[in-house]
Each structure stands twice: as structure tokens, then as C-alpha cells.
Ligand binder design. Structure first.
Ligand SMILES: [Zn+2]
Length: 130
């Protein structure tokens, strides 16, 4: 996981909190803080909060990708159903095995999306967005 950028913007560095409220909790701060004579930007972010934010961004991206894939599968399914219907209309034997395969793919994608949505809501809950 990449560290966040401070407001300078430089790669933030990890430090350990020694406060009474947050003992031993890691946080990110401006790297210039440790360099004498340099003015730091005052950046601050808890490490666990950053980790959750990164995870949330990845989940959002994953869900978007799955939705796109699902749209493709749905379109493919639609075309196959049309094909099947055409075969039925002209009373020709038509292979429906592809349609069935596509159906199961669609189901597994829907399951994956609902799982990801659930994970997303949990991550958002931890972040206090919901
Ligand atoms: Zn900075």
C-alpha cells in the first residue's frame, strides 16, 4: 500500500502516537517534520483510516468493473435469447446450452457484486460515511 501524499505534496511518513488517547497508533505526517530548518505542512492521517480509504477505493473500482462485466453478460444473454426465440419461431433445433452457461455466469456475477456491495458498506461504516 502506497503512503498518502502530504500537502507539500510529498510521500507522508509513518510515526507512532504516544498520546494517552491513542497510544501505539500509527499515523502519517509530513516528511519535512524531521528535517531541521524545513517548514512542514502539518499533514496528519491515521494509518488505519488511510488503509480503509485505500480499501474502499479499490472496492469501488472492483464493483464498477463487475457492473461493466455484468452489462456485457446481460447483453450477450439478450442476444442468445433472441437467437433461441428465432429458432423456436422457425421450428428449428437450437442449442440452448450456451444460454444456460451464460445464465450461471450472470448469477455468479450478481453474487460477486452483492458480496462486494456488502464489503463496501462495511468499509464505509468503519469510515463513518454511513
Ligand atoms: Zn508536507
Amino acid at each position: 500500500m502506497h503512503p498518502p501524499l502530504c500537502d507539500c505534496p510529498l510521500e507522508a511518513v509513518l510515526e507512532l502516537s504516544h498520546s494517552a488517547r491513542n497510544p501505539n497508533r500509527e499515523f502519517y505526517s509530513c516528511p519535512l517534520k524531521k528535517i531541521k530548518g524545513k517548514k512542514e505542512c502539518g499533514y496528519f492521517k491515521w494509518f488505519d483510516v488511510h488503509a480503509l480509504e485505500v480499501r474502499e477505493r479499490n472496492l469501488v473500482r472492483e464493483v464498477a468493473n463487475l457492473r461493466m462485466k455484468l452489462a456485457d453478460v446481460e447483453e450477450e444473454n439478450k442476444q442468445l435469447r433472441l437467437q433461441l426465440r428465432r429458432c423456436e419461431v422457425v421450428d428449428q433445433p437450437c442449442s440452448s446450452s450456451i444460454t444456460r452457461t451464460s445464465d450461471s455466469t450472470e448469477t455468479s456475477m450478481l453474487e460477486a457484486i452483492s458480496q462486494l456491495s456488502y464489503r463496501m458498506s462495511r468499509v464505509e461504516g468503519k469510515l463513518g460515511l454511513r
